[in-house]
Ligand binder design. Structure first.
Ligand code: ADP
Ligand code: MG
Length: 317
């Protein structure tokens, strides 16, 4: 099977999206950005053996790669429009490709983000996903808008991603129910579009938590020229994760682990009532974990001590 047959069999489908004028199969896809919107786009690459287990089920590899890329759109308050996929494969393994394309189909359908193009080459197993999204004109929420006094909020539970990795690597043993929960959280992280679409005008800054709360809140602080206090008692932890390891380990996963793909965002105090109203109305899983302060760095709100990354995440270089 050559490259063209692979593309035709596994990756060519019509998007059915009203925004897509020319689908997959031409030299370019052509997509129309509707009046009143800005285009947000982001690219993520995952390398076998570095970002995913080379022997992981291919549908889950696809789901995770695309969900992780989509999370960046959510972090800006954008909604999915289309995606493209660059695939480097060591050889044509039809069983793997068939499963992989099922994963692509499942996730692009679930998030209404059709695959409109890509590239297929022979090489090490490397997957690059490029996602494009729409955000109403001038409403993209950046990392740089946090101000002193803003509340620091996070969605969902923190530490699930790091706990999942520990369990999947066999470093930590889990009950069947906990394993299933963490396996799902690892391979099918949920980009928080439910909350992301309300970030504007609520939030002053936002980021998705891919490298742990300290690292990612750190990016907000650095680009905004501020610091933060975090109340460790307020970290939202899943009970299944809490039961898995000693409290210090769980806290380290929540602060410094990665792969949660929840949102961290800051909310000016004058919007605290509006935030609470939205939380009540939508039953959102949002926790206020701290406050933005003038002094650079992130400190423990109770003790005043610097919070330092427990063990820095994977560094490529
Ligand atoms: P070109 O040589 O013009 O760059 P290609 O032969 O690389 O075109 O690709 C042919 C068509 O198939 C293009 O529309 C391209 O977007 C699409 N395509 C190639 N690889 C993939 C892939 N992995 N997923 C989706 N579409 C793909
Ligand atoms: Mg061409």
């Amino acid at each position: 099977m050559d490259e063209f047959e692979v593309i035709a069999r596994y990756f060519k489908r019509s998007s059915g999206s009203p925004h897509v004028l020319v689908d997959n199969g031409d030299d370019c896809a052509v997509v129309r950005v509707p009046e009143g919107f800005d285009l947000a786009f982001s690219m993520d690459t995952v390398v076998a053996g570095v970002h995913f287990f080379a022997d992981a089920p291919a549908n889950l590899v696809a789901e995770r790669a695309i969900r992780v890329a989509l999370s960046d759109l959510a972090a800006m308050g954008a909604t999915p429009l289309v995606c493209t996929l660059s695939l480097s494969l060591p050889h044509v393994d039809e069983t793997w490709l068939s499963l992989f394309s099922q994963g692509v189909e499942a996730v692009t359908t679930a998030f209404s983000c059709p695959l409109v193009g890509g590239d297929t080459v022979c090489g090490a197993l490397v997957i690059t996903v490029h996602v494009q999204g729409l955000v109403a004109k001038n409403t993209a929420v950046k990392r740089s808008g946090a101000q002193v006094g803003d509340l620091v909020c996070v969605t969902g539970c923190l530490g699930d991603g790091a706990a999942a990795l520990a369990v999947l690597k066999g470093e930590c043993s889990a009950s069947a129910a906990t394993f299933d929960y963490l396996h799902e959280r690892y391979y099918r992280p949920l980009p928080r579009f439910d909350i992301a679409q309300h970030l504007y005008p609520l939030a002053s800054a936002a980021i998705d938590i891919s490298d742990g709360l300290l690292a990612d809140l750190g990016h907000i602080c650095q680009t905004s020229g501020v610091g933060a206090e975090v109340d460790l008692h307020c970290l939202p932890l899943a009970s299944k994760v809490r039961d898995l390891a000693p409290a210090a380990q769980v806290q380290a996963w929540a602060l410094s682990g990665g792969d949660d793909y929840q949102l961290c965002f800051t909310v000016p105090r004058r919007r605290a009532t509006a935030l609470q109203r939205l939380i009540d109305e939508h039953r959102w899983d949002i926790a206020v974990v701290g406050e933005i302060v003038a002094r650079p760095g992130i400190i423990n709100k109770v003790t005043g001590a610097d919070l330092v990354v427990h063990s820095p995440g994977y560094r490529h270089f």
